[in-house]
Design a protein around this ligand. Structure first.
Ligand code: NAD
Ligand code: UFG
Length: 337
């Protein structure tokens, strides 16, 4: 199968490209490299021994996107490209709506005119907002609480409408929980620009000595140890979930939504402990005030993906930390040399 992967040079995209190549698919990446480095794809080629073409294009450049789809003879598109920092989206919402929503409209119009009607879309557990109905199921009402989350919610609604209007479309809406970890080779992984927003990359930078200590946001939640609980999913499990979803939409039309999570929550301090063990060093941390907008507990009901796709996460927190650490310690500055 020939697959176009938008945002394929990024963190989750590069791991999924690797899996697609290993399954024998032909892959073209479309990425403007605004939050990534082409080195990720060079390394994917090193690991797999297979070639991947990179089209350095912005999704907002509709003529260029059109050109790629028109001549490409693609079977399907996996759409990762987007901006993802919650705080930044609050400060600069228009940039988020333009990049994520308008960028997706450009992509869909180009797919429509090229007759490519199969899409896997990166949604997020953020669409559930701060719902307390854990485990979170796909049936819950969506109530994103920030502009980033609302871009995901709007795109999901747009894709539902598209599938209703034209029954030849097949779309998988994948709601990721908290991705972490890296490919076991330690050659590819997450390479955040600036101060990491997310827990695991921050902990990894403390472990490697790039940062002094972790600030734990809130120690008074009603959880096992007072710290926030999340569903951390290994990025390779997540990547494999995309292949399962791609398979499903080759055989079925319509819009499908699946949580991609493990179904198990871990607290911040449990992650700190597991990472410390993986790295063989203790992680310095300080308990500080809650981060505004954070939920106490979030984890997936992952039953639908198992029932429909035969997919479930196979890797645990220990393996995730070990793989994340292998990547971090051999690439202390990410892809920046
Ligand atoms: P990432 O930033 O590493 O990857 C996104 C990629 O998209 C980058 O390579 C970036 O350069 C590219 N991109 C952004 N805007 C573009 C544009 N206009 N044109 C072309 N390329 C563009 O992020 P990631 O963690 O790999 O996330 C991938 C997707 O998954 C995103 O849509 C994100 O919102 C979603 N998601 C991520 C998480 C997470 O915690 N990492 C959780 C839930 C959902
Ligand atoms: N945390 C800290 N210190 C930090 C960073 C995080 O204590 O420096 C805590 C948070 O308070 C939370 C947990 O670690 O309890 C996880 O926080 P993350 O920022 O890693 O993840 P979130 O669950 O807040 O959000 C992430 C993405 C969202 C996405 C969501 C679900 O940032 O965009 O996962 O996929 F929607």
């Amino acid at each position: 199968m020939k697959v176009l992967v938008t945002g394929g040079a990024g963190y989750i995209g590069s791991h999924t490209v690797l899996c697609l190549l290993e399954e024998g698919h032909d892959v073209v990446v479309l990425d403007n490299l605004s939050n990534s480095n082409a080195e990720s794809l060079i390394r994917v080629q090193e690991i797999t021994g297979k070639q991947v073409a990179l089209q350095e294009i912005d999704l907002l450049d509709s003529a260029a996107v059109h050109g790629v789809l028109r001549g490409g003879n693609f079977d399907s598109v996996v759409h990762f490209a987007g901006l993802k920092a919650v705080g930044e989206s609050v400060v600069d919402p228009l940039t988020y709506y333009k990049n994520n929503v308008a960028g997706t409209i450009n992509l869909l119009e180009s797919m429509q005119s090229a007759g490519v009607h199969r899409l896997v879309f990166s949604s997020s557990a953020t669409v559930y907002g701060n719902s307390e109905n854990v485990p979170l199921t796909e049936k819950l009402h969506l109530e994103a609480t920030n502009p980033y989350g609302r871009t995901k919610q709007h795109i999901e609604e747009m894709l539902n409408d598209l599938c209703t209007s034209d029954p030849t479309w097949a779309v998988a809406l994948l709601r990721y929980f908290n991705p972490a970890g890296a490919h076991e080779s330690g050659l590819i992984g997450e390479s955040p620009v600036g101060v990491p927003n997310n827990l695991v990359p921050f902990v990894a930078q403390v472990a490697v000595g790039r940062r002094d200590k972790l600030f734990v946001f809130g120690g008074d939640y009603p959880t096992i140890d007072g710290t926030g609980v999340r569903d951390y999913i290994h990025v390779m499990d997540l990547a494999e979930g995309h292949l399962a979803a791609l398979g499903h939409i080759q055989r079925n039309c319509g819009a499908f939504k699946w949580n991609l999570g493990t179904g198990k929550g871990s607290s911040v301090l449990e992650v700190v402990d597991a990472f410390g063990k993986a790295a063989g060093r203790s992680i310095k941390y300080e308990l500080v005030a809650r981060r505004p907008g954070d939920a106490a507990v979030s984890y997936a009901d992952a039953a639908a993906a198992l029932a429909d796709l035969g997919w479930s996460a196979r890797r645990n927190l220990e393996q995730m930390c070990a793989d994340h650490w292998r990547w971090q310690v051999s690439n202390p500055n990410g892809y920046e040399r």
